[in-house]
Design a protein around this ligand. Sequence first.
Ligand code: ADP
Ligand code: MG
Length: 750
Amino acid sequence: MTTRTLRYLSRTPISELKSVPARKVSDLRALGIATVLDLLTYYPRRYADRTREAEIAALVEGEEAAVTAEVVSSSSRRLRGGRSSAEIVLDDGTGSLTCVFFNQAWRARQFRPGERVTAFGKVSTYRAKRQMANPLVDLVGDQTGRIVPIYPQSGKSRVNSVDLARYVAEALERAGELAEPVPDHYLRDLGLIGRTAAYRNIHSPETMADTDRARLRLAFDELLRLQLLLVRRKRVLAASSVGVVHDTSPGRLVADFVRRLPFELTAAQRRAIREVACDLARPHPMSRLLQGDVGAGKTVVAAAALLYCVQGGHQGALMVPTEVLAEQHYLSLRRLLEGLMVPDTGRLAGERPLEFELLTSRVPPAERARVLASLASGQLDIIVGTQALLTGDVRFSSLGAVVVDEQHRFGVEQRAALAEKGLATRARAEPDLLVMTATPIPRTAAMTVYGDLDHTTLDELPPGRTAIATKLVSWSQQAAVWKRVTAELDAGHQAYVVCPLVGGGATEEEGWEEEPDIPAGRDEMDGTDLQANAGGRFAMDTTTARPPPRAAADERDRLAASDLAGYRVGLLHGQLTPRDKESAMGAFRAGEIQVLVATSVVEVGVDVANATVMVIEDADRFGIAQLHQLRGRVGRSAAKSYCFLLADPVTEISAGRLEALVKTESGFELAEIDLALRGGGTVLGSRQKGRTDLKLASLGRHRALVTRAREVATDVVDRDPELDSPLHKLLWDEVEVFVSEEERQFLFRS
Ligand code: ADP
Ligand code: MG
C-alpha cells in the first residue's frame, strides 16, 4: 500500500477535495488553510462530548452543562451605553433555554432557526426562564458521532465546524495510510500512537481518551521537528563557523577590573566568567546563555566578557532591547569600567584609557558621527546600544564579542546579521555571543527557545540581600499602603511608586509588554481553559470594563498633594530627556528625592540600596517577569523591604500572576508559574515564526515531552548527522515542510 507523506499533502491544494465547493476555497484560505496539510493541522479547539449532554428539562441552576438542541429563534438589541445583547432560544423537546450574549451582536446572525447546535455554559435563571450567559455555542448539524470536533473560528468564519469536519473526513479517507517518520522503537518507548491514528483521532475520535493520545503524539511531532532543527543547527554552527581566538590570559584587563570591584565576586560569578573565558579562547564562536535571577550580578559577567575581547585588541558590544535600557546599562557599566586602562604597546606609556560609548537614536548627530568614526577606526573599545548596532551605518573595526541582555529578542535574523558584521571587520570571524536573561526561564523552555545555546546559570545571589514582604492590596485599601510608605520615609528610607503609563495616555516606549490577560475571544481557548473559566470566580462578562491605568505624571502630582504631601516626590519615565532622567536618578540616588514615581524604566539599572518600599500601581497590567524585575529594585540592604501590588485583578490569569508574586521570591519558580499560565506558545513567539509554531505542544504542560523530544533528536543526529539515511530522511523532510525557508537558509548558509 502506498503511504502519503506530509510533503505530498502540503502540495495538494484544498480544491482537490470533492467536498470543498469552489466558493469555500477563499473562505478556507482566510483561515490559513490552502493545502490538505493545512487542513489536517487545523486542529479542533475542543470537542462537544455528546455522551455527557443533559436534557434541558434536567438542567440544574448554577451548574455547568452541555446541551444539544434546535435553534427556535434569534434576535439582538441595543442596550444603554452603546452596548448590545443577542439572544438565541433553543429547544430540545424537553424544554427551552435562552442563550444570552453581551456585545456579540453577530451571534444573532450566526445560527438560523431549525439548525442543531450544542451549547456549553453555566445555567442560570432569569425572569423564571432558564438561560446561559455567554455560553459556547456551535453548530453540530446532523453529525452522529458521540464526540463532535469544534474548530477554531468556526462561529465567526463562513466555514463552520460541520463543514470542516466533512472536508477533513474526505481528506483522511483519501490520504489513507500516512507515512510514519518516527522509528518504531522510539514510539514504543514513549508509548505514543502511530501517525495515521493520531490524525484520525484528533479530528474524529471515538472517545475523549482518543483525543488525548492523538494530541500527545502530534505534540511530540511538533517538538521533535523543532528539536531536530535546533540540535542540527547547533552542530552545523559548531562545525562550520570561524570565531575569534580571544586572549584570555590572566593578569591584565579583566584581572584589573575584578580587583577594582567594590565587592568580592560570588562563586557563581567566578564560575560563569571562567566558562565564558573558555569559550572565548576557542576557535569556534561562543553561543552561550547566561541565566540568572534579578540581582544575581550578570552585568559583571557581561563586562568581563567584553573586557576579554578588548584586551586582545577587539571591540565588544552590549545590546539591549530598548533605548531606555541602553541608557541605563550605559550608566551602570560606566560605574564599573571607569578608570580602567587598556594595554597598548603602540604607546609610550604602554597603556591607554578604556574607550566606552553609548549609541542610540537620541544621541545628537554630531556626537553620533564622532562615535561612529571612533568605532570604525578601532579607537572605541566597547559600545552600548540596541539592536540598531547591527544594522545600517554602524561599522566596527574589529568586532569580537557581543552581549545581548534580555530574553526572547535575539533571533535567527539577528544572529545572521551579527555574523556578517563580524566577518566584515578586521576580526574576519563570527563574534562570540553571550545572551543574558534576567528571567530565569524553565529548563524545558530554555531547551526549546535557546536550544542552540550552551547554558550557564548564576544560581547564587550576592550576599546581604533580605527577604521582601510582598502584599496584594485592593485599591480600596490603598490608604494602608501609603501609611507604610510614609513610615519607611520617616525612618530615613526611600520608596518607588511604579505606574503603567507615562502620562497623557502614552505607554512606556517598548518598555512594558502588553499581555493578553483578558481572553480576546473564546476561539483562543481550548476546552481546559474553558472549564476553568466558565464557572470560575472571574466573570466572563464582556461588559465589565477596566478603569484606565494610572499615569506616572498624574500620580506624582496626586501623591505629592495628598497621601505623600510634605515628602520630596520625583518623577522618572522614558520620555524625559536623558539629562532629566539622569538628574532624577541622580537626585534619588543622593537621597534628595525620597519617593521616585516612575514607569517600568526603573526595571533595570537603578540601584539604590536605601530604597525599601516599592508600590506597583495597577500591578495586573504588568507581566510576571516585569513585576519580578521591578520588585528586585528593593531588598538590597539589610533593612526589611516591602513590595505592594495595588490592583483589583479582573481575570484569573492576572490574579494568578499576582498571587504567584506574593507567594515566592524565586525567579525560577515564577518563571515556571508564568509558563504554566501562558501555556508556552508565546515563549516561542518571536524566535520561531510560521509553521514552527507549536499548535498543540505546550512548553508548560508538556515538560516531559519536551525533554524526550530533545533526547530523541540528539540521539537521531548522533547516529546520522546528515539525516540522510532512509530511516531519517523522512523525518528531516518533515522539518523542511514545516520550517520556514528563512530558518533553513540560516542553517545552511555557509
Ligand atoms: P542582574 O543580574 O539583575 O543584571 P546586576 O548585575 O545589575 O544584576 O547586579 C545587581 C547589583 O548587585 C548591582 O548593584 C551590582 O553592583 C551588585 N553586585 C553584583 N555582583 C555582586 C557581588 N558579587 N557582591 C555584591 N554585590 C554585587
Ligand atoms: Mg541586568
